[in-house]
Design a protein around this ligand. Structure first.
Ligand code: MOS
Length: 744
């Protein structure tokens, strides 16, 4: 579609910004229905075993305590008797809260205390004592690696690709070789807003569930199936979400527990998680990658051998795409990849911002830097020398890849060409200065999405879709899209999101929402426009100019084409003329250019080039990131302001990945022990330098209907490697474990 941009592409400030900073935006833990009970979850301190006895008499004495729900007294629910798959589709048997007395992981909920006040519930929760029979467990990743396997049931895109060429033979013959084991620590999602659910029992016995989720319709489907309800008996709302990063892709245990308690007690219930409880569910898996690269002396890659393992739980087989990215992105005649999962007794690892690529791209790009140095080549020049214009793994053309432009513009902006090649050669006073770079790649995905556009008597355009804005700017870009498509000023557009009752939209994730929901809104607005024109054409008392094909909709009013100032009509008047109160249209956007991309054999990716400067104190080993430049090629940018925020946020997160974030397992007790912000360090203001984000021009009318690729995750990919590579350039030391800490 050809989009002439009046609104799309403008750096509009968030339309929901005022509601957020004035507290009008309501989050999942904020509704306070009458008679609401507060639920506090009691978590298991052991990792494997069985509950023997629950001592709750003392807890029940706390004034205000109404009930203590455990596996012994909870009501029956369909969830407990069937095997099911939730929205994430991870093969295995998803954990069922309060199913029985068996303990599968440390932090597993064993009871929910329900009380009139939060304080009473919390106090009582601390008084619940549970006797356990303890069974042996393994929470040690190194031990789990010995039990690695490829799940028999899997989603096909997680199976490693067929080898190309003969990587082992080519490696043996290569003049230049590098080989190493790279490691990424597990990380936990720590959005500002913690997981929470408020369940309201409506008078007719239906449930309204406010949940912090990335997919209201996925949670609706989960609850309907878990409690044997029809979909119209459960409505899930999440109009505002304070970040999620993937932790809200599947229903967290608070959702089911709050709803089950509401059903049991026939009262409204709210269950919120604490910060430590955020460390009792999803996390980015720990990963190792064994990477062997072979090249000829002129720096031409000859062989890539990539073997990766990520951890999962004992009850589900969570897999990630960690080994494929380099094989897609680099021209190399011989390449092979292998992937396995390693089970341990934890909750199931899960998707976290750029799942797979955040791990695989960053670790591979560290290895590429090593190879560039082994060949005596500038790391940027090495990447350009081995650049692939196709998806080299599948031998498929790409819809677009403006990575060369990203590399050139990023390098120019950063001043890369003034870099000295020799590590440790750029000093500033007593500090060592290092410059590193890496490239990033992430999927440019699209999911079928529906949206509704409605014109009302007040002359406002109302847009609705069940998308979630998890803080990414979805409200704003959809308003811009509607404004563009309908010829309407932004301030006369209302966007309604985050409600399972709205037109179907997949769970927010994978950076597909801008492309997918954007296309749906675009289509719905065009369809509404057509409807309006057709209604006017049929309308005998409309002015004759407005009944012609030559009428146009601009600035929120109808105009004749002949520039006669008289020939205009407000939208309210136009609607009145048609004799209708509202006019509405609903459309579904399908992948690709006019829905045809599924037949076009092309691969779709977003690309980036990241440049970093660090300063290292040679005595203390402390690292400061002092500059970051990220040049991104992501197709059409709907809003450079919110898009740049997405990239910056991901670069902050990637700085955490490179230098700070590390969920430390105490193998003896099987628990992530640094479950708070004192000990799990995420970057603070002082850790973050000026960050420049550039968007390179990339026209792509095949990738999605509006030419949009999405920007939610690409900022993670490559940034941590650029930091690691800058540390090598500063110090001459290769660190292959992320995060890189002074102790290393
Ligand atoms: Mo993202 S990990 O797809 O929420």
């Amino acid at each position: 579609m050809n989009v002439i941009s009046t609104h799309i592409g403008q750096p509009v400030s968030r339309i929901d910004g005022v509601a957020k900073v004035t507290g009008q935006a309501k989050y999942a833990a904020e509704p306070h229905p009458p008679g609401m009970l507060h639920g506090v979850v009691v978590n298991s301190p052991i990792t494997r075993g069985r509950i023997e006895t629950i001592h709750d008499a003392e807890a029940r004495q706390v004034p205000g305590v109404i009930e203590i729900m455990t596996h012994l007294n909870r009501p029956h629910a369909a969830l407990f008797e069937k095997s099911y798959m939730d929205g994430l589709g991870i093969p295995g048997a998803p954990y069922r809260p309060l199913h029985d007395g068996e303990i599968h992981f440390n932090g597993q909920p064993v009871a929910v205390v329900l009380a009139e006040t939060f304080e009473a519930a919390r106090e009582a929760a601390m008084l619940v004592r549970v006797d356990y029979e303890r069974w042996p467990h393994n929470a040690d990743f190194e031990v789990a690696l010995h039990q690695k396997y490829m799940p028999s049931k899997t989603r096909s895109n997680y199976v490693p690709p067929k080898p190309r060429g003969d990587a082992a033979a080519a490696y043996a013959l290569s003049a230049v070789k590098t080989e190493g084991r790279y490691h990424l620590a597990p990380e936990h999602h720590n959005p500002m807003e913690m997981h929470a659910t408020t369940v309201i029992m409506e008078d007719d016995g239906t449930f309204t569930v406010w949940d912090k989720t990335q997919g209201p319709q996925a949670v609706q489907a989960y609850l309907a199936s878990a409690l044997s309800l029809s979909k119209d008996q459960v409505r899930v709302r999440n109009p505002y979400v304070g970040g999620a990063f993937g932790s809200g892709l599947r229903a967290v245990y608070n959702v089911f527990l709050a709803t089950l308690a509401a059903k049991m007690l026939k009262r409204a219930v709210r269950v919120t998680l604490t910060r430590p409880q955020m460390f009792t569910h999803a996390f980015r898996p720990e990963a190792v990658m064994d990477i062997a690269l072979g090249a000829s002396r002129d720096g031409t890659l000859q062989s890539m051998i990539v073997k990766g393992v990520t951890d999962t739980s004992r009850f589900e087989h969570n897999m990630e795409n960690i080994v494929i990215w380099g094989l897609i992105n680099y021209r190399c005649p011989n390449a092979t990849a292998d992937y396995k999962v390693a089970p341990r007794d934890t909750y199931t690892s899960s998707d976290m911002r750029a799942p797979g690529a955040a791990t695989g791209v960053n670790l591979l790009e560290m290895a590429i830097d090593e190879m560039a140095y082994a060949c005596g080549m500038d790391p940027l020049a090495f990447r350009l020398h081995n650049y692939s214009d196709i998806d080299a793994m599948h031998d498929m053309p790409l819809t677009s890849k403006a990575l060369r432009d990203a590399m050139a513009q990023g390098a120019q902006h950063f001043g890369w060409h003034d870099r000295s090649m020799i590590p440790g050669s750029m000093r500033d006073g007593r500090e060592l200065v290092g410059w590193g770079m890496a490239t990033g790649i992430w999927d440019a995905m699209f999911s079928p999405t529906s949206a509704r556009a409605r014109l009302g008597q007040d002359g406002r355009l109302h847009i609705a879709t069940a998308a979630s804005d998890i803080g990414t700017g979805t409200y704003t870009i959809l308003a811009q899209t509607a404004a563009e498509a309908f010829g309407m000023p932004l301030h006369r557009i209302d966007i309604e999101l985050g409600d399972s009752a709205l037109p179907e939209c997949p769970t927010e994730g994978g950076s597909w929402t801008a492309a997918s929901a954007g296309a749906a809104v675009w289509l719905a607005c065009h369809s509404l426009r057509t409807k309006l024109f057709a209604a006017l054409a049929r309308c005998e008392n409309a002015p004759s100019w407005a009944r012609q094909d030559s009428v146009k909709l601009e600035g929120g009013a109808l105009h004749g084409m002949n520039e006669n100032a008289q020939d205009s009509l407000s939208l309210s008047d136009a609607l009145s003329l048609t004799g209708q109160d509202v006019l509405e249209a609903e459309e579904t956007a399908k992948p690709g250019l006019r829905g045809k991309i599924s037949q076009m054999r092309k691969a779709r990716f977003t690309h980036s080039a990241v440049f970093c400067e660090v300063r290292v104190d040679p005595e203390l080993g402390t690292v400061r990131v002092t500059r970051l430049v990220n040049a991104v090629a992501a197709g059409r940018i709907m809003n450079p302001k919110t898009a740049a925020s997405q990239i910056r946020g991901a670069m902050v997160m990637a700085t955490g990945m490179a230098l700070h974030e590390d969920s430390l397992m105490d193998e003896r007790v099987g628990r992530f022990m640094n479950h708070n912000f004192a000990e799990y360090h995420i970057p603070a203001h002082a850790d973050i330098p000026d960050m420049d984000v550039l968007f390179v021009n990339e026209h792509d009318d095949e990738v999605s209907p509006l030419g949009v690729k999405g920007v939610g995750e690409i900022g993670m990919c490559g940034t941590a490697a650029a930091i690691a590579n800058a540390i090598f350039h500063a110090t001459g030391r290769r660190e292959r474990n992320l995060p890189i800490t002074p102790g290393a």
